[in-house]
Design a protein around this ligand. Structure first.
Ligand SMILES: Cc1ncc(COP(=O)(O)O)c(C=O)c1O
Length: 417
């Protein structure tokens, strides 16, 4: 088949495609220790709240009809937008109304629309890029740009915290914003590292963005105010110079595909316009199932009292296993401050991270090779090949078995050196 540039772009070897494919295949194989993907854990209290809400909708003729039989406006379900605005005002002190919020079919889609709306080719034949001030960053950004050289990124400062922990920080000494930067983007907490950029770092990025008259995009997929998977203090920021993206996925509704964008009204009307053209309307399911939870504030209560402790507990267990099984090996782990991942660094690993991934897959452990997580970084930084990401959201016994096998494989590799 003769493909256009658009067609070619989406048939290329995309990291996110191989990750989602691999996840699907591994799940089908049945005996794999799943430490690769970003599926949230199945939390009984959250599922029960969602089930009750869904049952109530199904038992009400009008509500059910709205759930399955009516297109929402391109900006999203009006009741949900109003409930979200009130929640953000009350919980975060953000000065927002429904005109500041647009729904999308998942925040992956939000980033596709936002990135391509702001960066790429301009009508005056110039082009602009999205800047990640700190990589590693989320694998899912990698292939979202419709033009080439869409992203640029800076290496972080690496703070060694003790013998085993480290933390990436934005290196403000090297970070420079040129005229070709359209927007700055960070995930907070960061997928894959579990890093939470400090309030001070966000303040400085905001200041830079404001001075250059470009937006700061914050990807809050795991962040505050919901699902709140953060284990340290972190202020939920929003102002007119920011675009904040949230999602219902990590709250427990990944299948509903609901993304939430909070931005200036002009940005929101542009997004709604693109939504109308591409999708007619965002799906109603997530908005309807979550609306009462948002209106009553129950979503915050569940996030703080159930979801955050659930992941924090799993993180501590996973860290205990790391300390136990990796003892004596040359390894470091990023301080786990949020999200559902551990980022393991094996300095001067004798093979590439993809080779390590392959070896682990043969032993039925699924992880993600670290080199996928450096969108916009020029090749040639050996650190990119020394890291892997593991997910601790699934069964604790599997995480334990998986970490034991990873330690064993890494030990063999270093001994062969
Ligand atoms: C950092 C980050 N941003 C965005 C997404 C996309 O989430 P969704 O499209 O399910 O809302 C994910 C999914 O794992 C993520 O980890």
């Amino acid at each position: 088949m003769n493909l256009s540039r658009f067609g070619e772009k989406f048939s290329a070897d995309a990291g996110i495609l191989s990750l989602m494919d691999d996840l699907g295949n591994a799940l089908a194989e049945g005996n794999m220790l799943m430490m690769g993907g970003g599926n949230p854990g199945h939390i009984p209290e959250v599922q029960s709240a969602l089930r009750q809400r869904l049952q109530a909708i199904c038992n009400d003729e009008n509500e059910f009809q709205k759930l399955v039989g009516i297109y929402d406006p391109p900006q999203g379900d009006k009741n949900f937008l109003q409930a979200l605005a009130s929640l953000f005002q009350k919980e975060c002190g953000w000065d927002v109304g429904p005109e500041n919020i647009c729904l999308t079919n998942g925040s992956q889609g939000s980033f596709f629309l936002l990135f391509n709306m702001l960066a790429g080719q301009f009508s005056n034949n110039t082009s602009k890029k999205i800047l990640f001030p700190l990589a590693p960053e989320y694998i899912g950004y990698n292939d979202l740009g419709l033009t080439d050289n869409f992203f640029t990124a800076f290496r972080p400062r690496i703070d060694l915290i003790d013998d085993t922990l480290f933390k990436y920080r934005v290196d403000f000494d090297t970070l420079t914003i040129t005229d070709e930067i359209a927007a700055i983007c960070v995930s907070r907490p960061t997928n894959p590292t579990g890093n939470v950029l400090t309030d001070g770092e966000i303040d400085k990025l905001l200041d830079l963005a404001k001075r250059h008259d470009i937006p700061l995009i914050i990807d809050n997929a795991y962040g505050v105010p919901f699902p709140g998977i953060i284990y340290r203090d972190a202020t939920p920021f929003w102002n007119e110079n920011m675009i904040v993206c949230l999602s219902l996925s990590k709250f427990g509704l990944p299948a509903a595909r609901t993304g939430i964008v909070i931005a200036r009204p002009e940005t929101i009307s542009l997004l709604s316009g693109i939504n109308a053209i591409i999708n007619l309307a965002p799906g109603s399911f997530g908005a309807m199932v979550a609306c009462d939870l948002v209106r009553t504030g129950e979503i915050i209560k569940l996030s703080q009292e159930i979801i955050q402790p659930f992941y924090k507990n799993k993180m501590h267990q996973a860290m205990d296993f790391v300390f136990k099984y990796f003892k004596g090996l040359p390894y470091r782990v990023h301080v786990p401050e949020g999200a559902m991942f551990l980022w393991l660094w094996f300095p001067e690993l004798p093979v590439t991270s993809r080779e390590l991934y392959k070896r682990l897959r043969k032993r039925n452990v699924l992880v993600v090779a670290g080199d996928y997580f450096f969108p916009g970084i020029q090749p040639g930084w050996s650190h990119m090949n020394d890291c892997i990401r593991i997910t601790y959201s699934q069964d604790d016994k599997d995480v334990q078995k998986g970490l034991k096998i990873i330690a064993d494989e890494v030990k063999t590799l270093y001994h062969k050196k």
